[in-house]
Design a protein around this ligand. Structure first.
Ligand code: ASP
Length: 282
């Protein structure tokens, strides 16, 4: 059974940008699904999917990441292999082209789970990763958004491969005009992402809210007494206690796919073998 779901952020998405954003989410979904179809693992699939979105200037991850208060990018990413519970995460990286790939290498090639800032970049250098100057990450859009308070356009993916293994990945530039050193939920296990042998989930929205509820792992607790869709719905409902704003994408080992949000919208795309092409929307 092959499954993948990706998201391109939750929030108030400008209506004229919706078609192009949905289209790119579908492309990312389709890149991940092709990886699964060619026999690659769910980890490969989520990295392939997230990289498409990191490379696209319209999304707040990799190129196109929002700028912090000093006008620099500080990017966060996380990845988890549900079959082994191995994880990798990075925060506050400024010049690594693909933060999600770096998170994957932290998981696979370092002795640690989470590297931050300069240390993460030194590790990236040691293993020969691609670096880009600040100019590469800046776009007209993010320069315009400097000093604006908003969230959105973060990216993530959850996949199930032929061997029944679930993996998740997330990548973000955080929120515009953030304090230097601010880290959101995205690279935090349990909050921005979680996977085990029965489900995988990725969150997007206001990081400060998501981490207070440890939103992604909550689905696992609810799954003990309800199905996936109800579990995701309940996790989103839990945000009401703190008036939090977020969205979740998830899938389980039976191949069920679910996504819910309490923001104005959330961009998504998913794919299963019985579909002719990725289904995407907002
Ligand atoms: N959750 C991300 C953060 O707070 C932002 C987002 O999902 O748009 O860094």
């Amino acid at each position: 059974m092959l499954r993948i779901i990706v998201h391109g952020g939750a929030g108030d998405i400008k209506s004229e940008e919706v078609p192009i954003r949905v289209d790119v989410c579908k492309k990312a979904c389709s890149a991940g699904f092709s990886a699964l179809k060619s026999g690659k693992s769910s980890i490969d699939a989520v990295v392939e999917a997230v990289k498409v979105l990191e490379d696209h200037p319209l999304f707040n991850a990799g190129r196109g990441s929002y700028l912090n208060e000093e006008g620099n990018v500080e990017m966060d990413a996380g990845i988890m292999d549900g079959s082994t519970l191995n994880m990798g995460a990075v925060s506050a990286v400024t010049c690594v082209k693909s933060p999600v790939e770096l998170a994957r290498f932290v998981m696979g090639k370092s002795e640690h789970n989470f590297l931050t800032g300069k240390g993460a970049e030194a590790f990236a250098k040691e293993i020969g990763m691609q670096f880009e100057p600040l100019q590469y990450f800046l776009t007209e859009r993010t320069v315009k958004l400097y000093r604006k308070t908003q969230f959105g356009d973060t990216v993530g993916a959850v996949a199930l491969d032929e061997a029944g293994k679930i993996a998740v990945a997330v990548s973000t530039g955080g929120v515009p005009f953030k304090h230097v050193g601010r880290v959101g939920d995205s690279p935090l296990i349990g909050s921005g992402f979680y996977a085990n042998d029965s489900f995988g989930a990725v969150a997007t929205g206001i990081g400060e809210d998501i981490m207070r509820l440890v939103l992604s792992v909550r689905i696992g607790f609810y799954l003990e007494r309800m199905d996936l869709d109800k579990a995701v719905t309940q996790a989103i409902k839990d945000l009401d206690v703190i008036n939090g704003k977020a969205g979740l994408i998830a899938l389980d080992k039976m191949g069920n796919i679910s996504f819910h949000y309490n923001t104005k919208g959330m961009l998504y795309a998913y794919m299963r073998e019985d579909l002719r092409e990725c289904v995407g929307g907002i």
